[in-house]
Design a binder for this molecule. Sequence first.
Ligand code: ZN
Length: 181
Amino acid sequence: MRERPNRHAWKACEVQASVGSNPTPSAMISDHDAMTIALAEARNALAHDDVPVGAIVIHNDTIIASRHNERELRNDPTAHAEILALRDAANLLGRWRLEQCTLVVTLEPCTMCAGALVNSRISRVVFGAADLKAGAFGSLYNIATDPRLSHHPEVVHGVMAEECTLILSDLFKNLRETKTS
Ligand code: ZN
């Protein structure tokens, strides 16, 4: 079980090296760059017929987790990219509190993932495409600003929204074509 976090830590070093080794503001991972990485992660879900959603967790300008949706692969209704990335990040940091962390995800989190994000005390959530059918950070609900809850992460939405929407619509177009052929 220790292999996966270690593997991701190695990947994190690789990414950090590509943006420079000095911790100057210019070396910080931008939301756009982070979303590009999350999109690449999302594409991995297609290999096992899962809906392509990718999520990464950033801590101290280092990517400490990178996962994609594995619901079909694992026959697990909770295996959304965000949940898997939160678990990897918590394992790597050795704590369940993910303060000072940012989660970047290609699609607006659902109620389950929004709940998990609030419970993790994550500082910041960045998402790409809005999910008008299930989104819980503004579309159907807004878990992030609900005054009845005690934690309110900063939420940034619409980062590379077109690309994040396109990867989903490509999948559903392919599925329709497969069905009709
Ligand atoms: Zn979810």
